[in-house]
Each structure stands twice: as C-alpha cells, then as structure tokens.
Design a protein around this ligand. Sequence first.
Ligand code: ZN
Length: 345
Amino acid sequence: MDNELFLQEFNEAISRDSEEIKKDKYMCNDQFYNYIMGVVTDICKEMSYEEVQSGKQLPVIHIDEMFDLALDFFKSVDVELYNKANAIVNGEYPNTKTYIYDFHKDDPEHTTHYGIMYEDGKARVFLPLGKKISETERNRIIQEHGEDYYTIDDLYSTVHEVSHLFDIDPEKYTKSPSKTRDVLAETTPHIFENLLSEYLLKKGIFNEDVIKEKSASISNLLTTHANVFRIRAIFIELKRRKGEITDEDIQSMMKNDMLGEDEFFNIINLIAHSDVSMAENKRYAFAAKYAPLIIQKSKEFPDKKLLQKYLYECSQNVSVADILSVFDIGFKDDDGFKDDGDLDK
Ligand SMILES: [Zn+2]
C-alpha cells in the first residue's frame, strides 16, 4: 500500500468531515455534537461484531412470493401498516412514486439512488432489486432459477425502504430533515428488520441459520457506522489541534482504541474512501441502540400500541426526548439545542 497517498486521502477525508460538522445545522452546535459523540461512543462500547460467514449463497425467492411475504409480514404487525405497505408497493401511496427494478438489468437514471428521495412534498421510493449481490451472482441466479428470482436480501431491503415511509408525512417533508428525523430516520426501518427476522423465524420459511446470519450482518453494519462516526470525530479533533494527521497518530490511536487492530484499520480505510456522511453514520448508530428497546417496550404493553404511537409522533416531528421517554430511553434534548420550529421549512 502506498502509505503516503493513503495518509493524504485520509487527511482530506477528515477535512471534509470537519466541514460537514460545521455545515450540519444540528451538529454545528458544540453542545449537541458533544452529546451525540458521547451517545455514539457508549453505543460502540455496547456493540460487538458478530461472526458471519462470508461468500455464502443466499436463499432465492420468486419476486411475487417476496412481495407477498413482505406484505404478510406487515399484516402480522398491524393492518394499517399493511394497507400502507400495499399502497407503496403498488404505487398507490399518496404523494409517492415507487420504482421497483432490477439493479443489474434496468438502467434508469435512478439506479444510483437507493432508498427514498423527497422533493416538493413528494416522495420517490427506489427498490433496486439485486443491488447487494454481484453481477456474477445475479447471472447465476437467473440461469439456475429464472429472471424473476431474487434473494432474501431483497426481502429485507423492501421491508426497510417501505417502512421509511411509516414515520413520515411526505407532504410535510422537505430536503432538510427535522431534528426528530435527523436522529431517528434509520431507527424505524431497523425496528421492522428486527421484526421481520422474528416473523421469518416463526414462519420457518427459511433455515434458521440464514435468518440469524442476516440479522448479524445487519447488526455488524450498524456497529460499523457507529465506529466510523466515533473514529471520524476523534480524528477531526486531532486534526484541528495538529493540522496534519501522521502515520504515528494513527498507530497510537489504534493502540488506545477499544477496537482490535484489524477492525480499527478497516474503519480507517472506510473513512478514507467513504461517501457516507457523519449525519448518516449517526442515524444508523442510534438505530442499533433504540430499535431493540422500542420493540421490547411495545411488546411489554401490547394494549398501548406504542409502536404505532412512535411512528405517528415521528411523523409529527415530536421532540426526540418526548418520543423516546415512553420507551425509557433518555435523550438530552433541552433548550440548549432544541429545534426552533423554523428549521424544517
Ligand atoms: Zn434506511
């Protein structure tokens, strides 16, 4: 590896991160930024990487069966959510356009996007099926099973993307998210990913190990986001003090860090070449911590319909502290860095 080139890239990346923090309308507040850093660091301490066997072939499923399964899953949670999901998948959801396409075959202008885009009070949902597998793997599936077959990854992605619309009112949404959205946007889909795993295990459609591996790899991804945020923040601070980060700096950080050497280097590499913002890292990190707690409390009090209440309050931009207090999750959201009410315009 060309060490000098890498150091240059790493320094440039950290400078970009530093600029992002200054421009981010929430994180530019030192008090909020330090608080978030504290929460994410705690999350990193609590989470550990789970062992996942790489290169395993995923179970394959016919596209119709996949959507039926996704919808049946939503029905098992709540009939209203099922109605919403049904409308989203069939392109009948208000103010929303849904694009479902083969990532490797169709090449509309939207293939680069994965997820939801909001503009002028309208939402566009992108579901590029097969995006998580390689072209070679996609061709193998087509040859062995047929064009209409996808993998269990696409079932999870469908549930993830569709549920993004459960806690939002597209008409009220603008490009610049409210603080509630800024903090909790990835928590909702992660709640539904977890519930999907439970549903699939109960149904026994796929092998138990497959579901457990899928859950573990999602969890690992979130843990990575948490660590990327934390280590970016550490190096931003160091770069502000020192001007330039050296190889020795990275080595000494690595020695003192809670991560093992391999994991630390993996994170450093991700940071040098990342196109994911720190704001996004933070949302995924929070999802790892909050989603399981929200599910747990919702099950403890089934009559209170806490999950439905949570989704509704998110869509109304109720403060994060108020939403989470119901689930016994503390979130400091006092006047020092509260929404001023105008930020969402
Ligand atoms: Zn998402």
